[in-house]
Design a protein around this ligand. Structure first.
Ligand SMILES: Cc1ncc(COP(=O)(O)O)c(C=O)c1O
Length: 443
């Protein structure tokens, strides 16, 4: 490897992107939730996702403290399992789901359906059927055709609370593929071309649908407060026009999620306290100007609750140099973390499980899949003596890893292990060859 002599943040003892519980026990290991990662690798195998329960719960509490008057919905798409649904309920959060699958998993484990909001730009009959059968709190309308479909499914004597997802024309988010606040992307109904206003008028024509508020979601991995303030102004502007036109006073405003986090030391995260304070002031000012009562705020963070609480732990399978690059290949890859391939996300893996006195060297961490784009971390610094059998841990792996995992190459999706107070327990078991074989029912 090309050695780099100065110690750098990526592999030194900078624990800023690790869970608050992370400690460095002797002999080069790293412990999270009081459990050494090497011990977890031995007990549960690799690759494995490790989830620090206290970190998840602390992050929920940070939201509740920063937004005491708001409804905080955890965006289940970031990562959902039954334990996670229980933790959210116990911490006083609701849920944002976007499929019958997420909804049924949550409700069948006891999550109160009235605290669930259903999203989706293309809800299937099964999604809507499950939502009505299970009694979700609100359904967010995302297309004109959904209105009549939903009204018919609710029936003339039924009742369903809904919101309308509006595109406020605000560009924000860490990558083109995760920006949803402007026109020409698939989500929501635009204010600028009048589709949002038209859809709202149609909802108001359906007596069984109760419009409780407007929704917008600007995008993901947003690290500045400003786009949210612009969105507040535009959304309240629309609420004011609806008030003038229909005398309508909407009690809720949902600003979605998208709160950015640091994936590598030194990266910026969204300041939640500043977000809460400035959104509150902007909302109060905008409503005062419009002569409207202040609606109840709803927010939908996903990544910022679970992302930094998760770690992906891999075993190194091979190390080789090709051209100028040293490739450290591990036993997972794009099937358990497609994010670098999708959005070019950068991570800062580190060696765990042993101490190395070797200099740092540049390397690219790749997966085991049959795809040249199967890269987990480009151009990172690892000890120059990194070798097969070593353990690499990738921090900030809690959000959009397992939930976006695929069956590529039939390697099986990794298990999820929760750690807390020195104890580890399995939440989701590893997908086995038997699981894969049992779905393959024809010849
Ligand atoms: C409607 C909606 N709400 C909330 C979220 C959560 O976003 P994040 O995990 O970036 O907070 C998303 C993400 O795609 C979303 O589409």
């Amino acid at each position: 490897m090309t050695t780099v002599h100065e110690p750098t943040a990526a592999n030194s003892a900078d624990l800023s992107v690790w869970p608050a519980s992370a400690t460095e026990p002797p002999r080069g290991d790293l412990a999270v939730g009081g459990v050494p990662l090497a011990e977890l690798a031995d007990r549960f195998g690799t690759p494995v996702y490790v989830l620090d329960e206290a970190e998840v719960r602390d992050r929920c509490r940070t939201y509740r403290d920063a937004f005491p008057d708001a409804e905080v919905l955890y965006a289940a798409k970031a990562f959902l399992c039954r334990a996670m649904a229980h933790w959210m309920d116990e911490e006083g959060l609701g849920l944002d789901v976007c499929s019958a699958g997420e909804l049924e998993l949550a409700v069948t484990t006891g999550f109160p359906p009235e605290h669930i909001v259903l999203h989706g730009n293309a809800k299937s009959p099964r999604d809507l059927g499950a939502a009505l059968r299970l009694g979700v709190g609100r359904i967010v309308i995302d297309s004109p055709s959904e209105i009549a479909r939903l009204a018919a499914a609710v029936g003339p004597h039924g009742h369903q609370k809904v919101m309308v997802r509006v595109v406020p024309g605000v560009s924000a988010g860490g990558h083109d593929k995760i920006r949803t606040g402007t026109d020409d992307q698939k989500f929501g109904l635009s204010i600028s071309d009048g589709y949002a206003q038209h859809a709202i008028a149609r909802v108001l024509d359906q007596p069984q649908l109760e419009l409780t508020g407007l929704h917008c979601h600007l995008g993901s991995q947003i690290t500045s407060v400003k786009p949210y303030l612009v969105a507040v102004r535009r959304m309240v502007g629309l609420m004011a026009r609806l008030h003038e036109q229909y005398g309508l006073v909407l009690p809720e405003l949902d600003l979605g999620g998208g709160h950015g986090i640091a994936y590598r030391p030194g990266e910026k995260a969204l300041d939640l306290t500043a977000l809460a304070r400035r959104v509150r002031t902007e909302l109060a000012d905008a409503c005062a100007t419009a002569g409207l009562p202040v609606p109840r705020l709803i927010i939908e963070p996903g990544r910022a609750i679970v992302g930094p609480a998760g770690i992906a732990l891999y075993r190194v399978l091979s190390v080789k140099r090709t051209g100028e690059t040293v490739f450290v290949a591990v036993d997972g890859g794009m099937s358990d973390n497609p994010r670098p391939a999708l959005y070019g996300v950068r991570y800062a893996p580190r060696l765990v499980g042993r101490h190395s006195g070797a200099d740092r060297a540049r390397a690219t961490v790749v997966g085991r899949h049959c795809e040249a784009g199967d890269v987990l971390a480009t151009d990172v610094e690892l000890p120059a003596d990194t070798h097969p059998g070593d353990l690499l841990a990738v921090p900030v792996a809690g959000a959009y890893h397992l939930s976006m995992a695929s069956g590529y190459n039939l390697v099986g999706r990794p298990p999820v292990v929760a750690v807390r107070n020195g104890l580890a327990r399995l939440l989701v078991r590893r997908e086995s060859l038997e699981d894969i074989r049992s779905r393959d029912v024809g010849l």
